[in-house]
Design a protein around this ligand. Structure first.
Ligand SMILES: Cc1cc2nc3c(=O)[nH]c(=O)nc-3n(C[C@H](O)[C@H](O)[C@H](O)COP(=O)(O)OP(=O)(O)OC[C@H]3O[C@@H](n4cnc5c(N)ncnc54)[C@H](O)[C@@H]3O)c2cc1C
Length: 426
Protein backbone atom coordinates (compact mmCIF):
# COMPACT_ATOMS: atom_id res chain seq x y z
CA UNK A 1 0.00 0.00 0.00
CA UNK A 2 1.31 3.44 -0.89
CA UNK A 3 1.93 5.92 1.94
CA UNK A 4 1.11 9.61 2.08
CA UNK A 5 3.08 12.55 0.65
CA UNK A 6 4.42 15.23 2.98
CA UNK A 7 1.64 17.51 4.20
CA UNK A 8 1.40 20.90 2.48
CA UNK A 9 3.47 23.18 4.72
CA UNK A 10 6.10 25.87 4.60
CA UNK A 11 8.68 23.15 5.18
CA UNK A 12 7.48 21.01 2.29
CA UNK A 13 7.43 24.05 0.01
CA UNK A 14 11.05 24.87 0.90
CA UNK A 15 12.42 21.34 1.23
CA UNK A 16 15.86 20.58 -0.18
CA UNK A 17 15.81 18.13 -3.09
CA UNK A 18 15.48 14.52 -1.93
CA UNK A 19 15.15 11.28 -3.87
CA UNK A 20 11.96 9.23 -4.11
CA UNK A 21 12.97 6.02 -2.38
CA UNK A 22 11.51 2.73 -3.48
CA UNK A 23 9.26 0.56 -1.34
CA UNK A 24 10.46 -2.76 0.02
CA UNK A 25 9.57 -5.44 -2.54
CA UNK A 26 11.69 -8.34 -1.38
CA UNK A 27 12.66 -10.53 1.56
CA UNK A 28 15.89 -9.20 3.04
CA UNK A 29 18.18 -9.94 5.98
CA UNK A 30 19.99 -7.18 7.89
CA UNK A 31 21.57 -6.69 11.28
CA UNK A 32 19.13 -3.97 12.31
CA UNK A 33 15.66 -3.03 11.09
CA UNK A 34 14.44 0.43 12.08
CA UNK A 35 10.75 1.37 11.92
CA UNK A 36 10.26 5.07 11.11
CA UNK A 37 12.42 7.57 9.20
CA UNK A 38 12.04 10.67 11.33
CA UNK A 39 14.95 12.18 13.23
CA UNK A 40 15.13 9.27 15.67
CA UNK A 41 15.16 6.62 12.96
CA UNK A 42 17.66 8.46 10.74
CA UNK A 43 20.04 9.14 13.63
CA UNK A 44 19.80 5.52 14.79
CA UNK A 45 20.55 4.35 11.24
CA UNK A 46 23.52 6.68 10.86
CA UNK A 47 25.04 5.67 14.18
CA UNK A 48 24.58 1.94 13.60
CA UNK A 49 25.98 2.02 10.08
CA UNK A 50 29.03 3.84 11.39
CA UNK A 51 29.53 1.03 13.90
CA UNK A 52 29.54 -1.53 11.09
CA UNK A 53 25.96 -2.89 11.24
CA UNK A 54 23.86 -3.40 8.12
CA UNK A 55 20.68 -1.33 8.44
CA UNK A 56 17.27 -1.17 6.74
CA UNK A 57 14.82 1.60 7.63
CA UNK A 58 11.12 1.08 6.93
CA UNK A 59 9.15 4.30 6.52
CA UNK A 60 5.38 4.08 6.08
CA UNK A 61 5.25 7.37 4.16
CA UNK A 62 8.19 9.61 3.24
CA UNK A 63 11.36 10.49 5.14
CA UNK A 64 10.41 13.24 7.62
CA UNK A 65 6.68 12.78 7.05
CA UNK A 66 5.93 12.62 10.81
CA UNK A 67 6.61 15.17 13.54
CA UNK A 68 10.21 15.65 12.40
CA UNK A 69 9.15 17.28 9.15
CA UNK A 70 6.40 19.44 10.68
CA UNK A 71 7.74 20.71 13.99
CA UNK A 72 8.35 24.18 15.35
CA UNK A 73 12.06 23.50 14.85
CA UNK A 74 13.00 24.78 18.31
CA UNK A 75 16.09 22.95 19.51
CA UNK A 76 16.05 23.44 23.26
CA UNK A 77 18.01 22.27 26.32
CA UNK A 78 16.43 20.08 28.99
CA UNK A 79 13.20 18.10 28.83
CA UNK A 80 9.48 18.78 28.61
CA UNK A 81 9.24 18.12 32.34
CA UNK A 82 11.39 20.06 34.77
CA UNK A 83 14.52 18.70 36.39
CA UNK A 84 12.82 18.51 39.81
CA UNK A 85 10.35 16.01 38.37
CA UNK A 86 13.20 13.94 36.91
CA UNK A 87 15.05 14.06 40.22
CA UNK A 88 11.96 12.73 41.98
CA UNK A 89 11.60 9.98 39.39
CA UNK A 90 15.20 8.72 39.19
CA UNK A 91 17.17 10.39 41.99
CA UNK A 92 19.84 13.11 41.90
CA UNK A 93 22.64 11.10 40.31
CA UNK A 94 20.65 9.87 37.31
CA UNK A 95 18.88 13.21 36.86
CA UNK A 96 22.28 14.90 36.66
CA UNK A 97 23.24 12.48 33.92
CA UNK A 98 19.95 13.15 32.12
CA UNK A 99 20.64 16.86 32.26
CA UNK A 100 24.12 16.36 30.81
CA UNK A 101 22.67 14.24 28.00
CA UNK A 102 20.25 17.07 27.12
CA UNK A 103 23.15 19.48 26.71
CA UNK A 104 25.18 16.87 24.85
CA UNK A 105 22.13 16.48 22.58
CA UNK A 106 22.31 20.15 21.57
CA UNK A 107 26.02 19.87 20.82
CA UNK A 108 25.55 16.59 19.00
CA UNK A 109 22.83 18.00 16.73
CA UNK A 110 25.04 20.95 15.86
CA UNK A 111 27.94 18.61 15.14
CA UNK A 112 25.81 16.50 12.78
CA UNK A 113 24.68 19.59 10.89
CA UNK A 114 28.25 20.79 10.57
CA UNK A 115 29.79 17.42 9.72
CA UNK A 116 27.28 16.58 7.00
CA UNK A 117 26.90 20.18 5.84
CA UNK A 118 23.12 20.00 6.27
CA UNK A 119 21.48 23.15 4.91
CA UNK A 120 18.74 23.66 7.51
CA UNK A 121 18.82 27.36 8.42
CA UNK A 122 20.31 26.76 11.89
CA UNK A 123 20.12 29.89 14.08
CA UNK A 124 21.14 30.24 17.72
CA UNK A 125 19.03 31.61 20.56
CA UNK A 126 15.87 30.57 22.36
CA UNK A 127 13.66 32.43 24.83
CA UNK A 128 11.26 31.01 27.42
CA UNK A 129 8.80 33.92 27.67
CA UNK A 130 6.91 34.79 30.88
CA UNK A 131 3.22 35.48 30.28
CA UNK A 132 2.54 36.22 33.95
CA UNK A 133 4.55 37.62 36.88
CA UNK A 134 4.58 34.13 38.45
CA UNK A 135 6.27 32.81 35.28
CA UNK A 136 8.98 35.44 35.58
CA UNK A 137 9.61 34.45 39.20
CA UNK A 138 9.74 30.80 38.13
CA UNK A 139 12.28 31.64 35.40
CA UNK A 140 14.48 33.40 37.92
CA UNK A 141 14.45 30.35 40.22
CA UNK A 142 15.06 28.09 37.23
CA UNK A 143 18.10 30.08 36.14
CA UNK A 144 19.54 29.82 39.65
CA UNK A 145 18.78 26.10 39.93
CA UNK A 146 20.39 25.34 36.56
CA UNK A 147 23.44 27.38 37.44
CA UNK A 148 24.02 26.10 40.97
CA UNK A 149 22.90 22.46 40.61
CA UNK A 150 23.75 21.74 37.00
CA UNK A 151 26.51 24.25 36.26
CA UNK A 152 24.59 25.66 33.28
CA UNK A 153 25.78 29.22 32.96
CA UNK A 154 25.05 31.65 30.16
CA UNK A 155 21.27 31.91 30.62
CA UNK A 156 20.18 35.55 30.53
CA UNK A 157 17.17 36.67 32.56
CA UNK A 158 15.43 39.52 30.74
CA UNK A 159 12.79 41.80 32.25
CA UNK A 160 10.29 43.89 30.28
CA UNK A 161 12.86 46.62 29.68
CA UNK A 162 15.67 44.39 28.47
CA UNK A 163 13.36 42.17 26.41
CA UNK A 164 11.70 45.16 24.72
CA UNK A 165 14.42 45.89 22.14
CA UNK A 166 14.59 42.18 21.17
CA UNK A 167 10.91 41.33 20.82
CA UNK A 168 8.32 43.73 19.47
CA UNK A 169 5.41 42.80 21.77
CA UNK A 170 3.97 43.87 25.12
CA UNK A 171 2.70 40.37 25.81
CA UNK A 172 5.49 39.21 28.09
CA UNK A 173 6.73 40.11 31.56
CA UNK A 174 10.21 39.04 30.55
CA UNK A 175 11.97 35.82 29.69
CA UNK A 176 14.98 33.55 29.98
CA UNK A 177 17.27 33.60 26.96
CA UNK A 178 19.52 30.64 26.17
CA UNK A 179 22.08 31.51 23.48
CA UNK A 180 23.07 27.82 23.34
CA UNK A 181 19.63 26.57 22.22
CA UNK A 182 18.68 27.11 18.59
CA UNK A 183 16.11 26.66 15.84
CA UNK A 184 16.17 25.17 12.36
CA UNK A 185 14.18 23.94 9.35
CA UNK A 186 13.21 20.53 10.74
CA UNK A 187 12.32 18.81 7.46
CA UNK A 188 15.63 19.78 5.87
CA UNK A 189 17.49 18.64 8.97
CA UNK A 190 15.72 15.25 8.75
CA UNK A 191 16.33 14.92 5.01
CA UNK A 192 20.00 15.76 5.62
CA UNK A 193 20.36 13.11 8.29
CA UNK A 194 18.66 10.55 6.05
CA UNK A 195 21.08 11.37 3.23
CA UNK A 196 24.02 11.07 5.64
CA UNK A 197 22.84 7.62 6.80
CA UNK A 198 22.34 6.50 3.19
CA UNK A 199 25.69 7.72 2.01
CA UNK A 200 27.24 5.65 4.80
CA UNK A 201 25.34 2.56 3.59
CA UNK A 202 21.90 2.45 5.26
CA UNK A 203 18.94 1.64 3.02
CA UNK A 204 15.70 3.53 3.57
CA UNK A 205 12.48 2.16 2.10
CA UNK A 206 9.62 4.63 1.76
CA UNK A 207 5.92 3.71 1.43
CA UNK A 208 6.79 0.60 3.44
CA UNK A 209 4.73 0.39 6.61
CA UNK A 210 5.67 -2.32 9.08
CA UNK A 211 2.41 -4.24 9.31
CA UNK A 212 3.24 -7.30 11.36
CA UNK A 213 6.09 -8.30 13.62
CA UNK A 214 7.21 -11.71 14.79
CA UNK A 215 9.59 -11.48 17.71
CA UNK A 216 12.31 -13.96 18.57
CA UNK A 217 16.04 -14.42 18.08
CA UNK A 218 15.62 -13.05 14.55
CA UNK A 219 12.65 -10.65 14.58
CA UNK A 220 10.77 -10.51 11.28
CA UNK A 221 8.92 -7.43 10.09
CA UNK A 222 6.38 -7.81 7.31
CA UNK A 223 5.33 -5.00 4.96
CA UNK A 224 2.73 -5.11 2.16
CA UNK A 225 5.22 -6.50 -0.37
CA UNK A 226 8.26 -7.61 1.57
CA UNK A 227 9.80 -8.68 4.84
CA UNK A 228 12.90 -7.88 6.83
CA UNK A 229 14.58 -10.42 9.07
CA UNK A 230 17.01 -8.87 11.54
CA UNK A 231 19.06 -9.38 14.68
CA UNK A 232 17.82 -6.17 16.28
CA UNK A 233 14.64 -4.21 15.82
CA UNK A 234 14.27 -0.51 16.72
CA UNK A 235 10.92 1.30 16.97
CA UNK A 236 11.14 4.97 15.96
CA UNK A 237 7.50 5.55 14.96
CA UNK A 238 6.68 7.79 17.92
CA UNK A 239 3.21 9.45 17.76
CA UNK A 240 2.52 7.87 14.37
CA UNK A 241 3.36 4.27 15.25
CA UNK A 242 -0.27 3.16 15.48
CA UNK A 243 -1.19 -0.38 16.39
CA UNK A 244 1.79 -2.42 15.19
CA UNK A 245 3.12 -2.59 18.78
CA UNK A 246 0.29 -1.83 21.20
CA UNK A 247 2.38 -1.86 24.38
CA UNK A 248 4.22 1.26 23.16
CA UNK A 249 1.01 3.06 22.26
CA UNK A 250 -0.35 2.75 25.80
CA UNK A 251 2.49 4.84 27.26
CA UNK A 252 2.00 7.87 25.03
CA UNK A 253 -0.80 10.11 23.80
CA UNK A 254 -0.78 11.81 20.38
CA UNK A 255 -1.64 15.50 20.87
CA UNK A 256 -2.24 17.73 17.84
CA UNK A 257 -0.40 21.04 17.61
CA UNK A 258 -0.56 23.52 14.74
CA UNK A 259 1.61 26.07 12.95
CA UNK A 260 0.94 28.93 10.56
CA UNK A 261 3.49 30.66 8.34
CA UNK A 262 2.89 34.25 7.30
CA UNK A 263 3.84 35.62 3.93
CA UNK A 264 7.41 36.96 3.89
CA UNK A 265 7.54 40.12 6.01
CA UNK A 266 10.71 41.34 4.35
CA UNK A 267 13.99 41.51 6.19
CA UNK A 268 13.43 44.82 7.91
CA UNK A 269 9.97 44.11 9.30
CA UNK A 270 10.94 40.58 10.35
CA UNK A 271 13.98 41.81 12.24
CA UNK A 272 11.99 44.55 13.90
CA UNK A 273 9.72 41.79 15.23
CA UNK A 274 12.51 39.56 16.64
CA UNK A 275 15.71 41.58 16.51
CA UNK A 276 18.11 38.79 17.50
CA UNK A 277 16.23 36.10 15.51
CA UNK A 278 15.77 33.88 18.58
CA UNK A 279 13.00 31.29 18.79
CA UNK A 280 10.37 31.94 21.47
CA UNK A 281 8.10 29.63 23.48
CA UNK A 282 5.87 30.92 26.23
CA UNK A 283 5.52 29.38 29.69
CA UNK A 284 1.88 28.32 29.44
CA UNK A 285 1.06 24.64 29.50
CA UNK A 286 -0.84 25.06 26.22
CA UNK A 287 1.94 27.15 24.81
CA UNK A 288 2.52 29.49 21.86
CA UNK A 289 5.86 29.12 20.07
CA UNK A 290 7.25 31.13 17.20
CA UNK A 291 10.33 32.12 15.24
CA UNK A 292 11.37 33.68 11.96
CA UNK A 293 12.10 31.59 8.89
CA UNK A 294 15.16 32.13 6.72
CA UNK A 295 12.96 33.95 4.19
CA UNK A 296 11.59 36.34 6.86
CA UNK A 297 8.21 34.80 7.61
CA UNK A 298 6.82 34.42 11.08
CA UNK A 299 6.20 30.75 11.87
CA UNK A 300 3.71 30.75 14.72
CA UNK A 301 2.66 27.57 16.49
CA UNK A 302 0.36 26.65 19.29
CA UNK A 303 -3.11 25.46 20.13
CA UNK A 304 -3.62 21.82 20.93
CA UNK A 305 -6.27 19.31 20.08
CA UNK A 306 -6.89 16.09 21.95
CA UNK A 307 -9.30 14.72 19.47
CA UNK A 308 -7.08 13.41 16.69
CA UNK A 309 -8.79 15.70 14.17
CA UNK A 310 -7.22 18.86 12.77
CA UNK A 311 -9.38 22.02 13.05
CA UNK A 312 -11.21 22.55 9.77
CA UNK A 313 -9.81 26.01 9.14
CA UNK A 314 -6.45 26.11 10.79
CA UNK A 315 -5.31 29.50 9.57
CA UNK A 316 -8.51 31.11 10.85
CA UNK A 317 -8.18 29.34 14.20
CA UNK A 318 -4.52 30.24 14.68
CA UNK A 319 -4.47 33.83 13.44
CA UNK A 320 -6.08 35.40 16.55
CA UNK A 321 -3.42 33.79 18.73
CA UNK A 322 -0.70 35.33 16.59
CA UNK A 323 -2.40 38.74 16.60
CA UNK A 324 -2.69 38.65 20.37
CA UNK A 325 1.12 38.65 20.52
CA UNK A 326 1.78 40.73 17.38
CA UNK A 327 -1.30 42.91 16.65
CA UNK A 328 0.86 44.83 14.15
CA UNK A 329 0.64 41.83 11.79
CA UNK A 330 -3.06 42.41 11.12
CA UNK A 331 -2.39 43.21 7.46
CA UNK A 332 -0.29 40.11 6.89
CA UNK A 333 -1.42 37.12 4.84
CA UNK A 334 -1.09 33.54 6.09
CA UNK A 335 0.55 31.46 3.36
CA UNK A 336 0.69 28.05 5.02
CA UNK A 337 -0.94 26.20 7.89
CA UNK A 338 -0.39 22.62 9.03
CA UNK A 339 -0.42 20.44 12.08
CA UNK A 340 1.04 17.27 13.48
CA UNK A 341 1.04 15.02 16.49
CA UNK A 342 3.35 15.36 19.44
CA UNK A 343 3.77 12.15 21.41
CA UNK A 344 3.43 12.97 25.09
CA UNK A 345 3.96 10.73 28.10
CA UNK A 346 1.98 11.05 31.33
CA UNK A 347 4.98 12.55 33.18
CA UNK A 348 6.33 14.38 30.09
CA UNK A 349 9.71 12.64 30.42
CA UNK A 350 10.94 10.78 27.31
CA UNK A 351 10.19 7.07 27.10
CA UNK A 352 13.14 4.92 25.97
CA UNK A 353 13.64 1.24 26.57
CA UNK A 354 13.74 -2.36 25.39
CA UNK A 355 10.71 -4.53 24.70
CA UNK A 356 12.95 -7.58 24.55
CA UNK A 357 16.74 -8.05 24.62
CA UNK A 358 16.93 -7.31 20.89
CA UNK A 359 14.06 -4.81 20.52
CA UNK A 360 14.62 -1.13 21.34
CA UNK A 361 12.45 1.97 21.24
CA UNK A 362 12.58 5.73 21.85
CA UNK A 363 9.37 7.76 21.91
CA UNK A 364 7.38 10.27 23.97
CA UNK A 365 9.66 13.29 23.54
CA UNK A 366 6.62 15.32 24.64
CA UNK A 367 7.19 18.23 22.26
CA UNK A 368 10.89 18.44 23.11
CA UNK A 369 12.46 16.15 20.56
CA UNK A 370 14.41 18.20 18.04
CA UNK A 371 17.66 17.98 19.97
CA UNK A 372 17.01 14.76 21.88
CA UNK A 373 16.04 12.58 18.89
CA UNK A 374 19.58 12.74 17.45
CA UNK A 375 20.97 11.70 20.81
CA UNK A 376 18.30 8.99 21.22
CA UNK A 377 19.56 7.42 17.99
CA UNK A 378 23.14 7.57 19.18
CA UNK A 379 22.30 6.05 22.57
CA UNK A 380 20.27 3.21 21.04
CA UNK A 381 23.13 2.43 18.65
CA UNK A 382 25.59 2.47 21.58
CA UNK A 383 23.29 0.17 23.55
CA UNK A 384 23.00 -2.29 20.66
CA UNK A 385 26.78 -2.25 20.34
CA UNK A 386 27.07 -3.08 24.04
CA UNK A 387 27.52 0.31 25.75
CA UNK A 388 24.19 0.97 27.42
CA UNK A 389 25.22 3.08 30.40
CA UNK A 390 23.53 6.32 29.28
CA UNK A 391 20.63 4.64 27.49
CA UNK A 392 19.82 2.70 30.67
CA UNK A 393 19.45 5.88 32.72
CA UNK A 394 16.46 6.70 30.49
CA UNK A 395 15.07 3.18 30.90
CA UNK A 396 14.96 3.75 34.67
CA UNK A 397 12.42 6.60 34.32
CA UNK A 398 9.09 5.06 35.40
CA UNK A 399 6.17 5.60 33.00
CA UNK A 400 2.47 5.07 33.64
CA UNK A 401 0.11 3.89 30.92
CA UNK A 402 -2.63 6.27 29.88
CA UNK A 403 -5.89 4.86 31.22
CA UNK A 404 -8.80 3.90 29.00
CA UNK A 405 -7.23 2.23 25.94
CA UNK A 406 -7.22 3.85 22.48
CA UNK A 407 -10.89 4.88 22.62
CA UNK A 408 -11.30 6.26 26.14
CA UNK A 409 -7.84 7.65 26.90
CA UNK A 410 -8.41 10.76 24.75
CA UNK A 411 -11.45 11.97 26.75
CA UNK A 412 -9.49 11.29 29.96
CA UNK A 413 -6.62 13.42 28.69
CA UNK A 414 -9.02 16.13 27.57
CA UNK A 415 -10.27 16.46 31.13
CA UNK A 416 -6.73 16.69 32.49
CA UNK A 417 -5.73 19.22 29.82
CA UNK A 418 -8.80 21.35 30.42
CA UNK A 419 -7.56 21.71 33.98
CA UNK A 420 -4.12 22.81 32.76
CA UNK A 421 -5.71 25.22 30.28
CA UNK A 422 -7.70 26.75 33.14
CA UNK A 423 -4.49 27.07 35.12
CA UNK A 424 -2.88 28.95 32.20
CA UNK A 425 -5.67 31.50 32.44
CA UNK A 426 -5.12 32.20 36.16
C1 LIG B 1 3.60 20.64 15.01
C2 LIG B 1 4.75 20.14 15.88
C3 LIG B 1 5.60 21.07 16.46
C4 LIG B 1 6.70 20.63 17.21
N1 LIG B 1 7.59 21.55 17.68
C5 LIG B 1 8.71 21.14 18.32
C6 LIG B 1 9.71 22.08 18.68
O1 LIG B 1 9.63 23.27 18.36
N2 LIG B 1 10.80 21.63 19.36
C7 LIG B 1 10.95 20.31 19.69
O2 LIG B 1 11.95 19.96 20.31
N3 LIG B 1 10.04 19.39 19.32
C8 LIG B 1 8.93 19.76 18.63
N4 LIG B 1 8.01 18.84 18.22
C9 LIG B 1 8.26 17.41 18.52
C10 LIG B 1 9.33 16.82 17.60
O3 LIG B 1 9.03 17.17 16.27
C11 LIG B 1 9.37 15.30 17.79
O4 LIG B 1 9.72 15.03 19.13
C12 LIG B 1 10.37 14.59 16.90
O5 LIG B 1 10.32 15.05 15.58
C13 LIG B 1 10.12 13.09 16.94
O6 LIG B 1 10.89 12.48 15.94
P1 LIG B 1 10.72 10.93 15.66
O7 LIG B 1 11.69 10.58 14.62
O8 LIG B 1 10.82 10.19 16.95
O9 LIG B 1 9.22 10.76 15.17
P2 LIG B 1 8.56 11.21 13.78
O10 LIG B 1 9.27 12.34 13.18
O11 LIG B 1 7.10 11.36 14.03
O12 LIG B 1 8.82 9.98 12.83
C14 LIG B 1 8.13 8.77 12.95
C15 LIG B 1 8.04 8.14 11.58
O13 LIG B 1 7.65 6.78 11.73
C16 LIG B 1 6.84 6.43 10.65
N5 LIG B 1 6.06 5.26 11.05
C17 LIG B 1 5.13 5.16 12.01
N6 LIG B 1 4.63 3.90 12.06
C18 LIG B 1 5.28 3.19 11.13
C19 LIG B 1 5.21 1.84 10.69
N7 LIG B 1 4.34 0.96 11.23
N8 LIG B 1 6.02 1.44 9.69
C20 LIG B 1 6.90 2.30 9.11
N9 LIG B 1 6.99 3.60 9.48
C21 LIG B 1 6.20 4.05 10.47
C22 LIG B 1 6.00 7.68 10.41
O14 LIG B 1 5.48 7.70 9.09
C23 LIG B 1 6.98 8.79 10.70
O15 LIG B 1 7.60 9.28 9.52
C24 LIG B 1 6.90 19.24 17.45
C25 LIG B 1 6.03 18.31 16.89
C26 LIG B 1 4.96 18.75 16.11
C27 LIG B 1 4.04 17.72 15.49
Amino acid sequence: MSGQPHPASYYTATANPAPDRSALNAAIDVDVCIIGAGLTGCSTALNLIEKGYSVAVLEANRVGWGASGRSGGQMIFGYACDMEKLENLVGPQDSRLLWDVSIEALNYSRSLIERFKIQCDLKSGHLHAAVKPRHQRALECWQQELQTQYGYTGLQLLDRQTLGPLLQTDAYEGGLLDPNSAHLHPLNYTLGLAAAAESAGAVIYENSAAERIEYGASPTVTTANGRVRCKYLVFCGNAYLGGVEKSLRRKTMPVGTYIIATESLGEQRAHALIANEMAVADMNFVLDYFRLSADHRLLFGGRVSYSTLAPSNLARAMRPRMLKIFPQLDDVKIDYSWGGFVSITANRAPHFGRLRDNVYFAQGFSGHGIALTGMAGRLMADAIAGTAEKFDVFTRIPHLSFPGGPVFRTPALMLAMTWYRLRDLL
